[in-house]
Ligand binder design. Sequence first.
Ligand code: FMN
Length: 191
Amino acid sequence: MTTPVPAGGFPPPSDLVELPLDEVYRWLEPGPVVLMTTRQGSRANVMTLSWHMMVEFVPPRFACVISDADHSAKALNATGECVIAVPAAGLLDRVVAVGNSSGRSEDKFAEFALTPLSADAVGAPLIGECLVDLEAKVIDASLADRYGIRVLEVVRAWRNPTIADTRTVHHRGHGVFSVDGATVQTASQMP
Ligand SMILES: Cc1cc2nc3c(=O)[nH]c(=O)nc-3n(C[C@H](O)[C@H](O)[C@H](O)COP(=O)(O)O)c2cc1C
C-alpha cells in the first residue's frame, strides 16, 4: 500500500535548518536506531534500521544492511535514494511499530503519524518529527545481493532544532533498547 505522494509533492520543511555535512558523522557514529524513507514514483515508505555504520567523515558515507525481504529494498534498488532520519527517544514506540509492519500492506506515515516533507536532492521524504534528516544516495551496491549491504553518501542534511530532548535510542536485541545517557568529554584530538 505504502503512502501516496500528494499531486504537488510533499510540503516543504519549515522548521528544519541545514546541518553541515562535516557534522553528519556525529549523529550516526553512536549507532542510533534510525528510520529510512524511500519513494518510488507516487508512493513513499518508511522502515526502521539499526544495522548501519559510518565509513567516511567527509563526504559523509555510511554502510547499511537492508534485507531483500523489506519492501523498502525494491524502492531503494530502483531509485538509489533514501532519507535516513534519526528519531529521538520520544518516538520509540512509533519506531518499533514502523519496524514491525510493512509498506506492502500499510501506509506507515499515516498509521504512525509521521509527517513526510519534501527533500531537496532526493525524492524520498524527510520526516518532520525526527532530529536529523540525511538525504542519501547509494554509491556502491556491489555487496547487496550477498549481504544486503549498501554504501551511501549523504548529499544534504537537516536538523530539527524544535525537539528539546535529543536523546537517541540503541537496539540491544529482542525488543530491548537503551536510551542515551551521560556523555563524557575526554582529551581526544579526534575531529
Ligand atoms: C529496532 C529495529 C531495527 C531494525 N533494523 C533493520 C535493519 O538494520 N535492516 C533491515 O533490513 N531491517 C531492519 N528492521 C526490520 C525492518 O524495519 C522491517 O522489516 C520493516 O517492517 C520493513 O518495512 P518495509 O517492508 O515497509 O520496507 C529493524 C526493525 C526493528 C524493529
